[in-house]
Ligand binder design. Structure first.
Ligand code: C6P
Length: 418
């Protein structure tokens, strides 16, 4: 199914009650420069519903203490609150067990955790396979790993429409490949990659797969067992949760094989000056006092998304993307960057003669928040021969009226600046 089309059996009745949903998001109800805020920078960070804010506040007002360490009631409650967040993440990803959910600071730290620990096994001649559409967070950690081990970074090219060259992927995958690390959804292009196919091909050669799910989890149902991937990384703040918390899902087999990432409290069973025995999963990878309030907020965000329904979210965002793509593409001088068949809610574009930063600034003057620049995906910008793009990115709480506001604001900017 094309992300632009509606799944069979879906009726108008299934569409979201967006106005009701928006009442849950206090921040959306404000004016910027005399215009109603149209927040279309969701790929950078989502906004939070009141239930997430309340859960964090409740935690600090009633339950906070350090986890796993105390014998007292509050420490037990804090531990339970953190583990409830972990169980929510397990359910959300359909991981087999809670021990496979490692809390991190975000997708960046999750990918670095794997790159740092896996590099102990890398040797000169080994290869790490990524793609040309990766975010810097899924490039630089592998570059560092390769620099320190003599391994080689190989890059699957993309097409002019912003899709992965699958023929090249199959050609580059070989017995020297030690890991495939790919975006599930590209942040700069919106492309949804065929990750099940990628994983199956890698596994046929016994190669593990890490998926960067930072731009996927808020837009579609993710099932790590169904996908069969070995690692999956995401950030809480890109799915209605707090900043500073994220998840690395890892298959038990791999998490047991990898050495610890950081040393400190909680990741040990016993320590002497001669020897340290590491804790069981997932704590082996969680040194130091964790972000308990973050885990609480993440759990509340997951509960909220589940209640809205991932299928309905995907359907609503596809409709917004289609509306925005049609209207923006019809404006004179527009170049769309990223026209893959399968896309999530990202619209990247440029207008001839206008710098994306200028466009973003004039949009801000009209209450429209978008991101302008290279989106931490400089190789993508190089490929398309641009310094940056303007990027509107949609969430389930965005409306058709906001898309109209975006298009009208772009038209004002075009007349003013072109
Ligand atoms: N992309 C964007 O505006 P962190 O910073 O760890 O929460 O997420 C990093 C990251 C990793 N992978 C992808 C595909 C991403 O999109 C991001 C973050 C933001 O596109 C901020 S640069």
């Amino acid at each position: 199914m094309n992300a632009y089309s509606q799944p069979a059996g879906v009726t108008a009745r299934d569409l979201l009650d967006v106005e009701r949903i928006r009442r849950d998001f206090p921040i959306l109800h404000q004016e910027i420069n005399g215009y109603p805020l149209a927040y279309l920078d969701n790929a950078a960070s989502y906004q939070r519903p009141r239930s997430v804010l309340d859960a964090i506040r409740h935690y600090y007002e009633h339950d906070h203490a350090n986890v796993h360490r105390g014998v007292h009631a509050l420490s037990h409650r804090a531990t339970e609150a953190q583990e409830a967040g972990r169980e929510a993440a397990r359910r959300f990803l359909n991981a087999a067990e809670r021990a496979e959910i490692i809390f991190t600071r975000g997708a960046t730290e999750a990918i670095n955790l794997v790159a740092y620990t896996l590099r102990e096994t890398l040797q000169p001649g080994d290869e790490i396979l990524i793609s040309h559409m990766e975010h810097h967070s899924n490039i630089v950690p592998w570059q560092l790993a390769c620099q320190r081990t003599g391994a080689r970074l190989r890059v699957v090219p993309i097409t002019r429409s912003g899709e992965l060259r699958l023929d090249e992927f199959h050609r580059l995958l070989n017995r020297r490949t030690r890991l495939v690390a790919m975006a599930h959804v590209s942040n700069a292009l919106g492309t949804v990659n065929p990750v099940a196919e990628i994983t199956a091909a890698a596994h046929a050669l016994g190669i593990p797969v890490l998926l960067d799910g930072a731009q996927a989890v808020a837009h579609q149902k993710v099932d790590v067992q169904g996908l069969g991937c070995d690692f999956y990384a995401f950030s809480g703040h890109k799915m209605c949760g707090p900043t500073g918390i994220g998840v690395l899902y890892g298959r038990r087999e791999w998490l047991e094989r990898l050495p610890p990432f950081q040393g400190g409290g909680d990741m040990i069973l016993s320590v002497s000056f001669d020897h340290t025995e590491y804790n069981e999963l997932p704590y082996k990878f969680e040194a130091g006092t964790p972000d308990v309030a973050g885990a609480v907020g993440l759990g509340a965000a997951i509960a909220y998304l589940e209640q809205v329904g991932m299928d309905r979210i995907a359907q609503h965002e596809a409709a917004l993307l289609e509306q925005a793509t049609r209207a923006i593409a019809a404006l004179p001088g527009v170049q769309l960057i990223g026209e893959a068949q399968e896309k999530a809610g990202v619209l990247s574009f440029n207008i001839e003669g206008i710098h994306p930063h200028d466009l973003g600034t004039v949009l801000d003057h009209q209450g429209v928040a978008i991101r302008a620049g290279h989106h931490c995906a400089m190789p993508v910008m190089d490929f398309f021969g641009v310094g940056g793009t303007a990027r509107a990115s949609f969430a389930f709480y965005n409306t058709r009226r906001e898309v109209d506001q975006l298009v009208a604001a772009v038209e004002v900017a075009r007349r003013m600046l072109a």
